[in-house]
Ligand binder design. Structure first.
Ligand code: ZN
Length: 168
């Protein structure tokens, strides 16, 4: 929640050599027990993204593996319809799911014509709706473009059914 954990805007993404998308093994997309390729496919079908670029075409997803938690845990390049998330030691499902959906919302919203074009009102509202549709998360609040707030909420909600099953 410190400013250093805030993602930089997508336009500052580093250039990437363009090449034909490689055939990835399932393990490439597995982070914290989550298959990100499958999750991305599910996210693309959310009502919040209806009619947008995500429903038309699957974006290119890259997974970077870092040895320590980076300041920047993901980025999206709407103009190139691609996104990257970074895995690091100790990453939880909530962390990576938050990052994946955050970057997908960037691909959907793009650069809004308003103040704080990348993380402005439109982005925040779209992210809030997407989090609700995807994970049932509500009411996380205004600082939700920082990494962590939704991650905690997702972690709490994911823990619930398992706890109930254990008690049953
Ligand atoms: Zn962002």
């Amino acid at each position: 929640m410190t400013p250093s954990t805030e993602r930089r805007p997508p336009e500052s993404a580093p250039p990437v050599k363009r090449q034909a998308p490689a055939k990835r093994l399932p393990a490439y997309y597995a982070v914290a027990g989550i298959r990100l390729d499958q999750e991305l496919e599910r996210m693309r079908g959310l009502p919040v993204f209806a009619g947008g670029p995500l429903t038309k075409k699957r974006p290119e997803l890259k997974v970077r593996r870092a040895s320590t938690r980076p300041n920047r845990v993901g980025f999206a390049v709407p103009a190139e319809h691609r996104l990257q998330v970074t895995a690091y030691p100790g990453i939880r499902p909530g962390d990576v799911l938050e990052t994946l959906l955050h970057e997908l919302v960037h691909l959907h919203v793009g650069r809004a014509r308003e103040a704080h074009a990348w993380h402005g009102r439109t982005f925040k509202a779209t992210l809030a709706r997407a989090m609700h549709e995807a994970y049932g998360v509500r009411g996380v609040g205004a600082r939700s473009t920082l990494h962590g707030a939704y991650a905690e909420a997702i972690e709490r909600l994911r823990a619930k059914p398992q706890l109930e099953m254990d008690l049953a």
